[in-house]
Design a binder for this molecule. Structure first.
Ligand code: 9MR
Length: 376
């Protein structure tokens, strides 16, 4: 009798153990764990996440990601706003956060046409500076910023978005004032600043044939001159119907053929309608436009959640298949609420581009991605 009672008492505990071990819903897997043998899983961090103010995001980042990229704070306009003034405080916190969590830390970005202050390209009278002056400024910037985090930032997007989709070099001030060798100089100075850091070329629409051909030419030229370049970042600003899967695959294989690491940087999948002529509009004041361009303001229907999940799955399937060539997949933001898609190319929309929703919960797309790592 006594013995029977003891067994009965144990039953609920045993049941609980079976439930915890056996129920995958209770044990939400971590992205970084699921892809441990494939590639780093990274995310971009914004200011509130770096300061720790957005605690819920920080919890997601610590659980799911093993690589971080600064979404904005290392860009020239923020880190070096005036000729003799650098603002390193946010970047210092960003790097400290990555170190505390033993993450692969990526610096974004040293040389870009965007988010670079006007003074960089102008003299005191506002006239364009000459080649030597601009080279000098670029050198000083790179040596100071990459030099400060020597041995601590593991990889740098040295040059960002230098090529147009059709393969022409972007007519940036860097190109116009310095000439094509600004790329080479940027990589050389980044290497001088931190000889151990990995150095990347990073761009969007890298699956476009024209862009691919030019990027391959540029990388080959750097390599033939003995200039260090370690990797190519294919920004993953993708949609429901682009890139075509075969072009994505062809491109990533072509980049890998160069003998460099390939990474998917800035991944997010935009499901919102293309704004056409309303690009740049602020729709918050216009009801009809809101309905048309911001169709899921009140929430995303299950059918769309499912479509987004299968789109993530088909893209991840390709990435996972080529995991021997891909070293990192970085999402451009932690959750839907902080995605740049909420404000671009139309301001004030409700975007659904990432794996976690506004309430910090994993979406069906999250499960779909995890399943790919399980070989499905
Ligand atoms: O996500 C970034 C957003 O917060 C900035 O306002 C924007 C300014 O251009 O830059 C965004 O990030 C860009 C990245 O630095 C480079 N590739 C394109 C990204 C999206 O615009």
């Amino acid at each position: 009798m006594e013995r029977k009672i003891k067994v009965a008492q144990l039953l609920p505990i045993a049941g609980l153990i079976v439930l915890v071990i056996g129920c995958p819903l209770n044990a939400q897997p971590a992205l970084k764990g699921a892809f441990k043998h494939a590639f780093y899983i990274g995310t971009a961090l914004n200011r509130n996440q770096i300061t720790g103010a957005d605690k819920n995001s920080v919890a997601i980042v610590e659980k799911h990601f093993n690589s971080i990229t600064a979404e904005n704070i290392l860009k020239w306009v923020y880190v070096h706003p005036e000729p003799t003034r650098y603002d390193f405080a946010p970047a210092d916190s960003f790097v400290a956060f990555g170190e505390k969590n033993k993450m692969f830390i990526v610096g974004h970005t040293l040389v870009w046409h965007n988010q670079t202050p006007r003074w960089v390209f102008a003299d005191d009278a506002g006239k364009p500076v000459d080649r030597e002056t601009l080279l000098q400024r670029m050198k000083e910037h790179i040596l100071t910023v990459a030099g400060r985090y020597k041995g601590r930032i593991h990889g740098w997007d040295v040059v960002n978005e230098a090529v147009e989709d059709d393969g022409q070099l972007r007519q940036s001030k860097w190109l116009q004032i310095i000439g094509e060798d600004y790329l080479q100089k940027a990589f050389e100075w980044a290497h001088e600043a931190d000889p151990k850091a990995e150095l990347y070329y990073n761009d969007y629409n890298m699956w476009h044939t024209g862009k691919r051909q030019t990027v391959i030419r540029l990388v080959r030229e750097l390599q033939s001159k003995g200039v260090r370049i370690d990797g190519i970042g294919m920004q993953g600003h993708w949609g429901m119907d682009y890139p075509p899967l075969d072009e994505l695959e062809t491109s990533l294989l072509a980049y890998a053929e160069l003998g460099v690491k390939v990474m998917i940087t800035e991944l997010d999948i935009n499901i919102l309608p293309n704004p056409g002529s309303h690009q740049g509009a602020d729709i918050t004041q216009n009801y009809a436009l809101q309905q048309e361009l911001n169709p899921y303001a009140a929430g995303l229907p299950d059918s769309m959640q499912a479509k987004l999940a299968s789109r993530y799955a088909e893209l991840f399937k390709i990435l996972y298949k080529h995991r021997d060539k891909i070293t990192r997949v970085t999402f451009w933001g932690v959750h839907d609420g902080v995605s740049w898609h909420n404000n671009w190319p139309v301001r004030g929309r409700t975007a659904y581009s990432l794996l976690f929703d506004r309430k910090y919960q994993p979406k069906p797309a999250f499960d779909a991605v995890i399943r790919i790592a399980g070989g499905e």
